[in-house]
Design a protein around this ligand. Structure first.
Ligand code: IMP
Ligand code: MG
Length: 179
């Protein structure tokens, strides 16, 4: 495979991602049978994962998006969460499944959970492709997790560094020379 400039190595390849997504969708299909499933993607990082995941969900479901940010242009969380775009629909009574790319400090997710809980959904759960448990500042319950990764800054499959590399089909580790 030809690697894009700036990528040091591949951490999770396309086949591994596909297997993770398949497994998560299979569990979601079992758990949400007969429910009013609404997938809530946190933009921008989750859009690649969300689109692959929803194609493997065999239940009727709707999808909505939020934009929140806790990161500026750096690779370290600022600890502040800023809601830039809210959901377009009411979630009261819906079975909401938040879809996120990665849980790092846990600050973003806790803030989003608090906001959405207050709107009285029937249920509220979290699905994340990746988690860096060693970086946790606030505890987060991840109901559906792709896999845990070490404390390295990863790019690709929706995840960016300075808005670049989201288009990589795999999860890679950035070359430190490019940071
Ligand atoms: P948290 O609030 O620290 O959990 O931050 C979560 C957000 O930070 C994720 O949704 C990502 O957008 C971003 N993030 C955290 N770690 C990485 C990484 O390794 N690569 C790219 N983005 C990351
Ligand atoms: Mg994100």
């Amino acid at each position: 495979m030809i690697m894009m400039k700036g990528v040091q190595k591949i951490l999770i390849d396309e086949k591994q991602i596909d297997a993770d997504v398949e497994r998560l969708a299979a569990q979601i299909n079992l758990d949400y049978e007969g429910k009013d499933l609404l997938l809530v993607g946190l933009l921008k990082g989750s859009f690649v994962f969300l689109s692959d995941l929803m194609k493997k969900i065999t239940l009727p479901c709707s999808v909505d998006f939020m934009v929140v940010s806790s990161y500026g242009a750096a690779t370290v969380s600022s600890g502040k969460v800023n809601m830039k775009k809210d959901l377009s629909e009411d979630i009261r009574g819906k079975d909401v499944l938040i879809v996120e790319d990665i849980i790092d400090s846990g600050i973003t997710l806790n803030a989003v959970m608090d906001i959405l809980k207050g709107r009285e959904p029937a249920s509220l759960k979290l699905c994340s492709l990746l988690s860096k448990p060693s970086r946790r500042v606030q505890e987060v319950q991840i109901d559906y997790l792709g896999r845990e990764i070490p404390d390295e800054f990863v790019i690709g499959y929706g995840l960016d560094y300075n808005e670049k590399y989201r288009n990589l089909p795999y999860i890679g580790i950035i070359d430190p020379d490019y940071i």
